[in-house]
Write a protein that binds this ligand. Structure first.
Ligand code: A3P
Length: 254
């Protein structure tokens, strides 16, 4: 039954409703001050959305708690939105593990199958919204010709305040240190996990008992999931597919 909810555009698997609206999405005209968060699924979209919202509301958490995150930042595929790019990227190994658990818990997405099966599906790029490799390389190529702030999940984990300040400057805002500190606190993993407006707790399509939406929020969790053989296979594939780009990722400690 689930299969017919998905279709393809240019070889990329997308939700059927996205394909139906594809012309509208493709022809979408952004205004100069629109903002687009162009993330690969599970790269930290929600985290970035909450940071942006808090910066735009001068750190006022009450304002950012006015509605759930999907309503405050509608997805372009849902056509309610607008926006200019700010991609968020995450190393592919952690991204893969996070996506696997997300597909387990989200009834709106295909069943991922076993971990071993999903590993192959992800490498082949046969996941909804397409190949991680094509996505990250595509945006990297555009970053010098467009007003793009390219962010990395690993940097945000390492020094959230520095990265939040970058986002603030990109947005043309100048907030006081104490407000920045408040934003760092309110967008930390634990606070966002407890916040019903950011943790998707009321999303009926998600079964948080299978795997919570804010699951672990760390760098290097892939080491708990990958076998030695999978790691070797992944490294070979990664090297081959990233040979034509200057883009590189931090996979965490060895
Ligand atoms: P894990 O599954 O590895 O825990 P997206 O919002 O693009 O779907 O990404 C979700 C991933 O970002 C999840 O990763 C989630 O835990 C993580 N995440 C969300 N908010 C976070 C935060 N404030 N700090 C660190 N990680 C966060």
């Amino acid at each position: 039954g689930k299969k017919k909810e998905f279709s393809q555009v240019n070889g990329i698997i997308l939700q059927k409703k996205t394909c139906d609206f594809w012309n509208k999405i493709w022809n979408f005209q952004a205004k100069p001050d629109d903002l687009l968060i162009a993330s690969y699924p599970k790269a930290g979209t929600t985290w970035t959305q909450e940071i942006v919202d808090l910066i735009q509301n001068d750190g006022d958490i009450e304002k950012s708690r006015r509605a759930s995150i999907q309503l405050r930042h509608p997805f372009l595929e849902w056509i309610r939105m607008t926006h200019c790019p700010r991609p968020e990227k995450r190393n592919p190994k952690d991204n893969l593990v996070s996506y696997y658990h997300f597909q387990r818990m989200n009834k709106a997405l295909p069943d991922p199958g076993s971990w071993d099966e999903y590993f192959e599906t992800f490498l082949a790029g046969n996941v909804v919204w397409g190949s991680w490799f094509d996505h990250v390389k595509g945006w990297w190529k555009k970053k010098d010709s467009h007003p793009i702030l390219y962010l990395f999940y690993e940097d945000m984990r390492k020094d959230p305040k520095r990265e939040i300040r970058k986002i603030m400057e990109f947005l043309g805002k100048n907030l006081k240190e104490e407000i920045l500190d408040k934003i760092v606190y309110n967008t930390s993993f634990d606070v966002m996990k407890r916040n019903p407006m950011t943790n998707y707790i009321n999303e009926i399509k998600m079964n948080h008992n299978l795997s919570p939406f804010l699951r672990k929020g760390v760098v290097g969790d892939w080491k708990n999931q990958f076998t030695e053989a999978q790691n070797k296979q992944f490294n070979e594939y990664h090297e081959k597919n990233m040979a034509d780009t200057s883009l590189s990722f931090c996979m965490g400690l060895k």
